[in-house]
Structures are given as C-alpha cells and as structure tokens.
Ligand binder design. Structure first.
Ligand SMILES: NC(=O)c1ccc[n+]([C@@H]2O[C@H](COP(=O)([O-])OP(=O)(O)OC[C@H]3O[C@@H](n4cnc5c(N)ncnc54)[C@H](O)[C@@H]3O)[C@@H](O)[C@H]2O)c1
Length: 438
C-alpha cells in the first residue's frame, strides 16, 4: 500500500520504517532538511535499538523514501499519517500548530481520496478539527474529493520502539465507518496484534488515559515512598508485596526521582489543561503532576541538605536521558538537577551511555559541565556520585573504585539501584528513595 508519514521524529521515523519493513511503499516527509539529509544517508537522528539496520535495509530496497517535499508526500500516499510533534504550550495545553499545518497542506494539495491518520497524541476533538480544516481547504479549491480522518494513537516505548511496533499489545483505531476500519485493518494485516476498533473521540482519549494511568502509578509509588521514609519501611518491599497482586502488577511501580520524557509530562499537563478548559474537576491529575515535580527536585534538595553550601562542589552524575535505552532528554529529571546545581555554583561531571551528544546540543560547552567518556572518568575528584537514570551499565559498578575516586564515599541514587545493606557493608553512605535505613 502507498503510505506517507509526516514527521520523522521518534514516532514518525519508527512508523515509516516499520511500515516499509512489513511491505508497504513509504514516503516520509519532514520540514527539517538536516534531519532528512541525515536519514537519507542511512543515519538515524535518534537512538533506537534496531532502527538503523531496518533503515539501511529498506532504503537499499527502495521501500522507503525521505523528502522535505510535502506535495510529493501528499501525491504519493493513499494513507497519510500525521506524526508531528504536539509539544506542551506554556499553559499546559497541547500545541497543535504542526498537526494543523499538515492538515492544511493536505487540504490544499489532495488530488484523490485518502485516509488521513492521526498518530500524534492530540486532545479529544482534534480529529474533528483536522477534518474541518481539510474540508475548508478543499472547499476553497472547489473540488469534491473524499477523505476520511482516523485516530490511530501510538503506544510505542522509546528504547523498544521497533519491537513495540512489530509486536504491540494492541493497535487502536478510531474511525467513523466500517469501510475505513476495513482499510486500516488491511494496512496492519501482517502484524500479529489485537486491533481494537472504536470511535475517534474514544481513540484520542485512550492515548491520554494510557499515559495518565502509567504516570499515576509512578506518582503513586513515589507518594508511598514518602510514607516509607517517614515510618522506616522499605518501598521496594512494598512494591514486591503489592506488585505480586495480579490486579496491580510490578510495572511502573519503581520509586525514584520522577518521570520525564516527551510524553508523560506533557500528556498529564494536557489533561489538567483540558479539565480546566472544559470546567471539569480533576484533582487526580493535578496531584500526579505535583508529586512528579517534587520528585524531580528531591535529589537536589537532598544534596543541598547534605552539603548546606554546594558552591564549588563537584558532582559526578551518571545518567542524562530520561530513561535507559534512549538519548531523549526531553523533560528529563537530569535537567532539573543540572540546572539547580549550576544555579548554586556546583560543577557536574556527567556520563550517559548514549545521551552525551544530546546533552551537548542542549547545553553547549560550559565550564561547570564536563561530559566524560566513561562513567569512571566522571568520578575523578568528584565529591559525591549521583545516579538519575537506571541504565544497566550502572547496576554493577566497581564500588571499590567509586570509593577510591570520590572525595567522600557517598552515593545519591535517584533510581534505587543498590541495596542499602550492601552499601553499608561497603562503607558507602547511601541516599536512595523510600528504602529502609540499614
Ligand atoms: N516519543 C514517543 O515516545 C511518543 C510515543 C507515543 C506518541 N507520541 C506522540 O507522537 C507525536 C510525535 O512525537 P515525536 O516524539 O515523534 O516528536 P518529535 O518532536 O521527535 O518529531 C516530530 C517531527 O515532526 C516534524 N514536523 C513538524 N512539522 C512538520 C510538518 N508540517 N511536516 C512534516 N514534518 C513536520 C519535526 O521536524 C520533527 O522531526 C507527539 O504527539 C507525541 O506525543 C510520542
């Protein structure tokens, strides 16, 4: 089938490449010429396991083409995917300008029937607006071309995006009639996945509901961690205790220094905004957001308490990406920590397995920020070690080396990677989140 994907970010690039991999004929359009040039050369601008190989393979097989030419994209596809960004505006609402631009472009240039599929995460009712925008542009051109608008929200996890696309738990399709459902099912026919059909509004809301639920689980366990600290209980034991209940499960119940990334923070904010805008009371999502903000400041507050004055202190930081297996630092807890430390005159020596370039892109070169080649180099003459991302590489470090290199044998662990008892035995002062004092 002929498919066009607008946007080659985490979602668009993975969607385009995976659709080519399952046999479709794909054109990917992005307004960012640098990005498109890089991808054309077989280099993925994002770190995503397995993506480079599939990109090279499908470029060579001519199953996928990358362009900045929007009209070429619209001419190509019978299925037009919108996978552009919907970042948070200042007031928490989703900024839909990129989605609407693509909709306008489609209306202005469509020459035959197409199914317009929204993969971006958008507030309920956006599909209706996309439909109205396209129709308005078609009316201006005085042409009678049919089109359908579908909501097909994306649930991939960064770091496992290719695997998630190829073997997702479900594909949600929100559409208005059976004919479109059939077309969409044919499109995904070769994927071994359950397809859930519903109306467009329910599909749009499903995406927010999924992210808000997972964010709520994280804030919930972080709230429990606070109780655990107060009453000298162990949040990891509590997790084991409640996670074994099949109604609850273990996932997204790790206490820590907060969730980040391009989705949970902005999608919870968008729900808070939607509630405000439409006169709903939504104390739950406000609380989820506030708890997360508190958690993101927790490590810094503990460092401040420990040192009183952080000016001139050197902090070794392990982890920059918002979670392991991605280079994405959008809304990452590391950014809150870095910026807080710099504000009070501390220096940071950081290491991350893949997000070093991204950190340099965001912050540039600074005297108070050293990007180190290894996690061991980050320890050199640092006062203490702080961990904010749970990369596997950090789970079994050489503790003797840590003790030798640090000025003080102290670890502030925002991800609860080690056991407090083990740290005590090793003679390391260990500050983690919600664990029982040893
Ligand atoms: N990142 C994730 O893990 C994830 C998961 C599920 C859903 N989503 C949602 O998917 C959407 C895209 O997210 P992302 O992380 O891929 O965003 P992104 O910011 O990584 O990429 C968006 C891309 O769209 C391009 N773009 C902007 N305007 C365009 C236009 N008019 N035509 C063509 N391209 C254009 C940008 O240049 C950019 O490359 C968002 O709504 C997001 O909430 C993201």
């Amino acid at each position: 089938m002929k498919i066009t994907v607008f946007g080659t970010g985490y979602v668009g690039l993975v969607t385009g490449i995976c659709l080519a991999e399952i046999g479709h004929d794909v054109v990917c359009v992005d307004t960012n010429a640098d990005k498109i040039n890089m991808i054309k050369q077989g280099k993925s601008p994002i770190y995503e396991r397995g993506l480079d190989e599939l990109l090279t393979k499908n470029l060579a097989a001519k199953k996928i083409v990358f362009t900045t030419d929007t009209i070429m994209g619209i001419d190509h596809g019978d299925y037009l995917f919108i996978a552009v960004g919907t970042p948070s505006s200042g007031d928490g609402s989703a900024d839909l300008q990129y989605v609407y631009t693509v909709a306008r472009d489609i209306g202005q240039n469509l020459k035959r029937h197409a199914v317009v599929i929204n993969k971006s995460t958008v507030p309920v009712g956006t599909g209706d607006k996309v439909k109205a925008i396209i129709q308005k542009e078609l009316d201006k051109r005085q042409v009678d071309i049919g089109f359908d608008v579908v909501s097909n929200p994306e649930f991939l996890k960064q770091g496992d995006a290719v695997q998630d696309f190829m073997k997702s738990d479900r594909i949600i399709i929100g559409a208005e009639n059976d004919e479109v459902f059939k077309k969409m099912c044919n499109l995904y026919e070769s994927l071994p996945t359950k397809i859930v059909l519903m109306d467009v509004h329910s599909a749009e809301l499903s995406k927010y509901a999924a992210n808000a639920f997972l964010a709520t689980k994280i804030s919930f366990i972080n709230e429990i961690a606070q109780f655990a600290e107060k009453f000298d209980a162990d949040v990891e034991k509590v997790r084991e205790g409640i996670g074994s209940d099949s109604r609850i499960g273990y996932n997204f119940l790790q206490a820590g220094c907060g969730y980040g990334g391009s989705c949970f923070p902005k999608d919870v904010s968008a729900l808070v905004w939607m509630a405000r805008e439409y006169g709903l009371e939504s104390p739950l999502f406000n609380a989820v957001e506030n708890i997360n903000l508190r958690q993101k400041h927790l490590v810094f507050n503990r460092l401040k308490k420990y040192f009183t004055d952080l000016e001139g202190k050197v902090i070794a930081l392990w982890g920059l990406s918002f979670k392991p297996n991605t280079d994405d630092m959008r809304d990452a807890p590391s950014k809150v920590l870095l910026e807080s430390l710099w504000r009070v005159g501390a220096k940071v020596q950081a290491f991350d397995p893949v997000a070093m370039d991204e950190a340099e892109r965001i912050y540039g070169k600074r005297n108070d920020f050293k990007l180190c080649k290894t996690k061991e180099e980050a320890l050199d003459n640092a006062d203490v070690l702080v961990i904010v991302t749970e990369w596997d590489d950090f789970r079994k470090p050489d503790f003797e080396l840590i003790k030798t290199k640090l000025q003080r044998p102290v670890i502030f662990d925002g991800r609860n990677l080690f056991s407090p008892n083990q740290m005590k035995d090793l003679g390391i002062e260990y500050y983690c989140i919600g664990r029982k004092k040893s």
